[in-house]
Design a binder for this molecule. Structure first.
Ligand code: XUL
Ligand code: CO
Length: 440
């Protein structure tokens, strides 16, 4: 492999909390065993190809600020290979166990569907070859069904059935690519599956189309024997003013409606949660309670801006609460922590990208270790368990199990002359306990 912009960076190592080296892990010790397995297997970190290698730093007010060698004019496939070489070199620097990609990130598009798919498969073969000498695996693949003007009115939900068919063909080939590369998951984020105005939208028709599309994806998964998970990524808005996959609860309702709740899980993103008016941990807890927790897109928004800024995370409290809910939901399983985050447009140096990921990885690791410690120690969980202890009795269990009708419950309550007394929710005690653990 030729030299890349990351060649002169040594691999980032774990040096422990007292290290002052800015390019070392202070908390992420991949081999450290916690809750019965190594930290690397709990967290399954992934680098997002789009933000790290395809993003130019342009925003609505200014052009590109990030100029990489593969963004210069030239033969598109040669440049895509140069980009892939740099990407795998970057994975080496971080020791990243996984990466994620859209078709459009790895391969150049052509005006025709056939030409675009041919380039996709050429580049998938190239990545497969690179993966034979790399430790980095594929966490998930996905299709970009939102950037090209053909998707301006949606992909699966487009009023034009030809766009539905183009999208179906693209997803079929992206699923094949994900399977070829041994991906653990296939993700669908409906960037334009929603509406800009209800004035021109037949919502019932569009939801039917989206349900059919997802059913086709699930059928194809079984047809090719793909062993990974199918994940939908909720987001309430942006780029559209309303997206149908609004949040975890909305996606669950949609899956139930189409009988897919046992087939599809969710990929939850921190900044999407806050756009929906939720905390990240709320979304994880919801998915966990509904049995659809799949994977995480790690980032943060800016509370003062209120849009999808996709910044790298740096808030220990929020991340610890998220990781606590991850463990309560049964862990990440086949999912992982994908950094769907981008450096700011002034951070155009290759090393800025390394600093961003090292900080994000370390924050998640520290948060996970604290959450695991909280659970192992048990004080926090015992306060919650005590709060619900009344439900352990046989009578309460009978009510919950549906063994008593409303009038039977009423008759018994009257006969026993029950007199429930208010109990403290102990919020401040819990907050103090968490502050002590998180910032110690
Ligand atoms: C956009 C977003 C996407 C998905 C993949 O907000 O999160 O990058 O993660 O299409
Ligand atoms: Co995302």
């Amino acid at each position: 492999m030729s030299e890349t912009i990351f060649s002169h960076f040594p691999a980032v190592k774990f040096e422990g909390p007292s290290s002052t080296n800015p390019l070392a892990y202070r908390y992420y010790d991949p081999a450290c065993v916690v809750l019965g397995k190594p930290l690397s297997e709990h967290l399954r970190f992934a680098v997002a190809y789009w933000h790290s290698f395809a993003m130019t730093g342009s925003d609505p007010f200014g052009g590109p600020t990030i100029d990489r060698p593969w963004m210069a004019p030239g033969d598109p496939l040669t440049l895509a290979k140069l980009k892939a070489d740099a990407a795998f070199d970057f994975f080496r620097v971080l020791g990243s166990p996984f990466f994620c990609f859209h078709d459009a990130d790895i391969a150049p598009a052509e005006p025709t569907l056939a030409g675009t798919l041919k380039n996709l498969h050429t580049m998938v073969d190239y990545l497969a070859e690179k993966m034979t000498s790399s430790q980095t695996k594929l966490l998930w693949g996905t299709a970009n069904l939102f950037s090209h003007p053909r998707f301006m009115a949606g992909a699966a939900t487009n009023p034009d059935p030809e766009v539905f068919a183009w999208s179906a063909a693209t997803v079929k080939h992206c699923m094949d690519a994900t399977q070829q590369l041994g991906g653990s998951n296939y993700v669908l984020w409906g960037g334009r599956e929603g509406y800009e105005t209800l004035l021109n939208t037949d919502m019932k028709q569009e939801l039917e189309q989206m349900g059919r599309f997802l059913s086709l994806v699930v059928d194809y998964k079984h047809k090719i024997g793909f062993k990974g998970q199918i994940l939908v990524e909720p987001k309430p808005k942006e780029p559209t003013s309303h997206q149908y996959d609004f949040d975890a609860a909305t996606v669950y309702g949609f899956l139930k409606r189409f009988g897919l709740e046992k087939e599809v899980k969710v990929n939850l993103e921190a900044n999407h949660a806050t756009l929906a008016g939720h905390s990240f941990e709320h979304e994880i807890a919801t998915a966990g309670a509904l049995g659809i927790f799949g994977s995480l897109d790690i980032n943060r928004g800016d509370m003062l801006l209120g849009w999808d800024t996709d910044q790298f995370p740096n808030d220990l409290w929020t991340m610890t609460m998220a990781m606590y809910q991850v463990i309560k939901a049964g862990g990440l399983g086949l999912g992982g922590c994908n950094f769907d985050a981008k450096v700011r447009r002034q951070s155009f140096m290759p090393e800025d990208l390394i600093h961003a990921h090292v900080g994000g990885i370390d924050l998640c690791a520290r948060a996970f270790l604290t959450a695991a410690h909280l659970i192992e120690e048990g004080e926090y969980d015992s306060i919650i368990a005590e709060r619900y202890a009344g439900w352990k009795t046989t009578e309460a269990q009978a009510m919950l199990a549906g063994k008593l009708s409303l009038d039977e419950i009423a008759a018994k309550a009257e006969k026993d002359a029950i007199a429930p007394k208010p109990k403290s929710g102990k919020q401040e005690r819990i907050e103090n306990l968490l502050v002590r653990k998180i910032y110690s």
